[in-house]
Design a protein around this ligand. Structure first.
Ligand code: URA
Length: 188
């Protein structure tokens, strides 16, 4: 039922962008909804969220939580890849999504949340944290690991897994946050 509703919802994405896009993926009946920022090149290529480098880190951390991907649902705020062209190489490189891009996909994300109706939303990085809390002044550096509430939803903000690739000092903090999340999940 939820799966069919999501499929119908995703049929509408083609109207929002001419770029290739990916949808959310996973168990539509999950208690845990993970929200990332936007897909990168690998995600667009393979058609699923978090299957590139950041996805590898995510998988490692999910194993700490003793959670399998098939038990959760993963999506992104923006469903197409935000990119710019590197002037020197001519290659596409990732960039953070603009507010216009975030707004364009907001209806889809809101409906995904509505359909899945998770017990807890885990936001990865600044973009989904700010979107869900409707507050662009928040930073993940200040909010990570704090259990929040918004519109009757429980929210746990975590660093984006890519942040750990670039800053190994965050690993310990990330593990501590994950342990908190594990306890929360075990109690829902
Ligand atoms: N980073 C994200 O935020 N989402 C993905 O799907 C992949 C990398």
């Amino acid at each position: 039922m939820k799966k069919e509703r999501l499929e119908k919802l995703y049929d509408g994405i083609a109207k929002l962008t001419r770029d290739p896009y990916i949808t959310g993926d996973g168990n539509a009946n999950a208690k845990v909804l993970l929200i990332g920022e936007a897909p990168g090149a690998r995600e667009i290529e393979l058609g699923k969220p978090f299957v590139g480098q950041a996805g590898k880190v995510l998988d490692e951390f999910l194993s700490v939580l003793e959670i399998q991907r098939k038990d959760i649902f993963i999506t992104n705020v923006v469903k197409a890849r935000p990119f710019k062209i590197n002037k020197r190489t001519g290659q596409k490189i990732n960039r953070p999504p603009t507010q216009i891009e975030i707004d364009a996909f907001s209806g889809i994300l809101n409906k995904e949340i509505d359909i899945i109706c998770p017990k807890i939303i885990v936001t990865l990085g600044n973009t989904p944290l700010r979107y869900i809390m409707n507050d662009n002044t928040l930073t993940i550096g200040n909010m990570h690991g704090e259990l929040l509430e918004k519109d009757n939803l429980s929210i746990m903000p975590l660093y984006h897994p890519a942040a750990i690739i670039y800053n190994q000092n965050l690993r310990e903090i990330y593990l501590a946050d994950l342990n908190k999340l594990k306890q929360v999940i075990n109690n829902i």
